[in-house]
Ligand binder design. Structure first.
Ligand code: E4P
Length: 217
């Protein structure tokens, strides 16, 4: 399973990229707004840090302007994935950009039917938002399982990118289903590798080791 980081915070991306666990980055207009920085500057910086796909989202809602924005964003770096919302114009844009060989991440997916359309439009990634579904009392992970089944039936190349991840359990459940990617907020990635019993165990090992007076090097 690949891990993308869902943030536009360059310092966080640098820090986590150093672990070697970051396969890509996703951003959206809200995350760019939160960074308080100009979008083009931030996206270019992120593309320099991470080798894998960096999703940069269009902000127009009509096909012509979305396409122009998508083409413009795709030229910022070799590893840009253009992100478009799951609307009719977004899917038209997805088809046009994908036909041109530009990877597209179709975002704001909340149903299996939407995911099927995105795959038919040639999306490189489909982003179902599990957390926002959970928030309204609909189990988000059931959508991931449904999409996985449908994509397998037709051998679609579109990768399932689990989005709106709220905690480590979402990542584990997505991995059990076999989702291709989870895009996780920095805190969730950290919570995956932190465990109090690991800290406690290491502390005990180090105390016992100190008593031996030995050193390895
Ligand atoms: C995905 O690409 C989105 O940026 C993100 O996962 C949305 O998450 P949220 O529901 O926490 O805003």
């Amino acid at each position: 399973m690949k891990f993308f980081i869902d943030t536009a915070d360059v310092a966080e991306i640098k820090d986590l990229a150093a672990t070697g666990l970051v396969d890509g980055v996703t951003t959206n207009p809200s995350l760019i707004a939160k960074s308080g920085r100009p979008i083009l500057e931030v996206i270019k910086e992120i593309c320099d840090i991470v080798e894998g796909p960096v999703s940069a989202e269009v902000t127009a809602t009509d096909y012509e302007t979305m396409l122009k924005e998508g083409l413009f964003l795709s030229k910022l770096a070799d590893n840009i994935a253009v992100k478009v919302p799951l609307t009719v114009d977004g899917l038209k844009t997805c088809k046009a950009l994908s036909d041109d060989g530009i990877p597209v991440n179709v975002t704001l997916c909340f149903s299996a039917g939407q995911a099927l359309l995105a795959a038919k439009a040639g999306a490189a990634f489909i982003s179902p938002f599990v957390g926002r579904l959970d928030d309204i009392g609909t189990p988000g992970m059931e959508l991931i399982a449904e999409i996985a089944e449908i994509y397998a039936n037709y051998d679609f190349d579109t990768e399932i990118l689990v989005a709106s991840v709220r905690g480590p359990q979402h990542v584990i459940e997505a991995a059990k289903i076999g989702a291709d990617v989870a895009t996780v907020p920095p805190g969730v990635l950290r919570s995956l590798y932190n465990h109090p019993l690991t800290d406690k165990g290491l502390d005990a090992f180090l105390k016992d080791w100190a008593k031996t007076g030995q050193s390895i090097l």
